[in-house]
Design a protein around this ligand. Sequence first.
Ligand SMILES: Nc1nc2c(ncn2[C@@H]2O[C@H](COP(=O)(O)OP(=O)(O)OP(=O)(O)O)[C@@H](O)[C@H]2O)c(=O)[nH]1
Ligand SMILES: [Mg+2]
Length: 325
Amino acid sequence: MPANLTPEFLKAREQFHAAQTPQEKLIALEEMLTTIPKHKGTDKMQADIKRRIAKLRDSRLPKKHGKSAAFDHIAREGAGQVVLIGSPNSGKSSLLAALTNAHPEIANYPYSTIIPVIGMMNFEDVPIQLIDLPPITLEYTEPWVYNLIRQSDLALFLLDGSASEDLSSAVEEILLLLEERHIQLAKSASEEEETRVKVVPCRIVLTKGDLADHRTATEELTLIFPVLSTSATTGAGLDALRQEVFTTLRIVRIYTKLPGKPPDLTEPYTLPVGSTVLDAVKAVHREFVDKLKYVRIWGSGKFDGQQVPSDHELQDKDIIEIHLS
Ligand SMILES: Nc1nc2c(ncn2[C@@H]2O[C@H](COP(=O)(O)OP(=O)(O)OP(=O)(O)O)[C@@H](O)[C@H]2O)c(=O)[nH]1
Ligand SMILES: [Mg+2]
């Protein structure tokens, strides 16, 4: 198939060859990528331009011991760590900006995100850490992206709901790349776990719901993972997404109170679903465990203020009053 290159593209290519600095080269390459006719005949050229862009961006990052910069670990903050993953331009950075106070770079060209960007999202009174990542593609993926996914509690898999491509095969392609690195995305973390493989719960987020030609969840997609539709522009679907993230993280929040005083409802302790009264006491203060006399509980389907054994399983929003000897 002939490439049918446009005059705009040829001009951008000339600028690329004339470019003196990495910055000028990058600008020209991005222009080439925007103006190149998008069809099968230019697939290889497009991939080549993307690779060059990624390489140039990479060379602008601070170097560590001569190797490219790596972000192999991000300290967990809040009740859970959630990564935003997907193809270029799927709307990851836009979603981070819509859900948190972070200001990531957002652009209509691919690979606009080159380093992880962190933001804190609130679901009601629970802070949850979101990490916006560079895209995952066959052509080029930052190697440390996989490490951050492996360490996360949940992956949100973003799909551009306005794209014409086959969304389920786009998902399958990325799932394979992850599997090669021993990461298995799954509906829940409780599925059978091989030792070498890290299972990370996953939800699909269909983005750009405000665009007239946006797609809704197909049965094929929902068979892979539960699907949520959103728009970073209008905010549609964002509340449901916050709720789903909280539910999928499987955490309960616990408030504490002092005898005779009202409970402190400002900052809950967050614990995994299934945690006991003793786990909560430990979370409040390690040393309380040895001195523990009894705990009274509010919520939990119990009479308010009822005394409960230390192996009592906590429910979301329980309030505990710890009595020490
Ligand atoms: N109309 C509309 N456009 C959106 C929405 N979300 C993202 N976009 C646009 O889609 C383009 C890509 O958005 P980004 O958030 O930069 O995408 P990304 O997934 O972070 O891209 P990379 O970092 O390159 O992987 C930008 O032009 C955004 O303005 C949305 O909800 N509605
Ligand atoms: Mg981005």
